[in-house]
Design a protein around this ligand. Structure first.
Ligand SMILES: C[S@@+](CC[C@H](N)C(=O)[O-])C[C@H]1O[C@@H](n2cnc3c(N)ncnc32)[C@H](O)[C@@H]1O
Length: 280
């Protein structure tokens, strides 16, 4: 790794930003992320009580894959709105919703700290893998809580990068996870946000705070593939931060891909902490 370059970009000069990019590779990564976590997300939403006729908001919705799944569930009497700061993702989401002829879903650009949505209106307010990218997660949960009606649900799931293992050992995976955590922190995020979610929710005043930790694993093929895809998307932010050269990242990606293709090497997905709560 490029040690000299590491000191050229002090953390304090960095603006918080979404490190994984918003181009077509990043959209493809979100499809694979959804393949990995779709079932556990669905189980979470069912535990939270999602039902027909509900009005829901999906904050940091990306390309809207969960938003659209929720829209299918709430039916014609329900409505789901997805909000994301990335216009390119919102365009993809709108196009997909039009192709699927979904009438009860809407997408809009907006900031998680001040979503352009009415207060106290939603039966369920949801976010997946958003808070790990934010420098003020408590403020974002407060903003989500403000959108929920009294008695409504606030449901959040996000990663906690610790606890990933490989057997037999896969040093490339561990180096990737190290880089991932460093670059996320440099840009204001928190790769260990998962463990903090229940407490942050209680601090926000949410009640009935419950949580579970899930880590979908093999034989789900995309579980392993998600790691090198993530590294590829992170490459510009890693290089810009001086944590490694583009060539270092390419070499690490190739090494990681070799472990992904090796059926003898086992590794699980990054643990996801799922929290479901109620606004009193
Ligand atoms: C890892 S993606 C998850 C997308 C989606 N929730 C999913 O699970 O497929 C994180 C998303 O958060 C969005 N995001 C990051 N910071 C944001 C902010 N301050 N306001 C709104 N969206 C934000 C990014 O643009 C990105 O789409």
């Amino acid at each position: 790794m490029n040690r000299a370059a590491q000191t050229q970009h002090p953390t304090k000069d960095r603006l918080p930003r979404y490190t994984l990019g918003t181009d077509s590779a990043a959209a493809q990564r979100l499809r694979v992320l959804d393949e990995v976590y779709h079932q556990t997300t669905w189980a979470l939403l069912e535990r939270a009580g999602l039902r027909e006729g509900w009005h829901c908001a999906d904050i940091g919705c990306g390309t809207g894959l969960v938003t659209m799944a929720m829209a299918g569930h709430v039916g014609a009497a329900g409505r789901v709105i997805g909000v994301d700061e990335a216009g390119t993702f919102i365009d993809v989401a709108r196009q997909t919703a039009a192709e699927r002829k979904l009438k009860n879903v809407e997408f809009g650009s907006g900031d998680a700290y001040a979503p352009p949505l009415p207060s106290a209106q939603f039966d369920l307010v949801y976010a997946r893998c958003l808070l790990s990218h934010l420098d003020k997660p408590l403020r974002a949960i407060q903003a989500m809580t403000a959108l929920a009606r009294p008695g409504g649900r606030v449901v959040i799931e996000d990663i906690d990068c610790s606890g990933v293992f490989a057997h037999p050992k896969a040093p490339a995976l561990m180096r990737h996870l190290g880089l991932y955590q460093r670059v996320m922190r440099l840009y204001g995020g928190d790769p260990l946000i998962g463990r903090k979610l229940p407490r942050l929710c209680r601090q926000t005043g949410l009640t009935d705070v419950r949580f579970e930790v899930v880590s979908p694993s093999e034989p789900l093929k995309p579980v392993k593939r998600l790691y090198p895809l993530t590294l590829t998307c992170l490459k510009p932010a890693i290089v810009e931060a001086g944590l490694a050269t583009a060539r270092d990242v390419d070499a690490l990606t190739a090494e990681l891909n070799a472990k992904v293709d090796d059926p003898d090497v086992t590794f699980p997905s990054c643990p996801m902490v799922q929290v479901w709560t109620r606004k009193s």
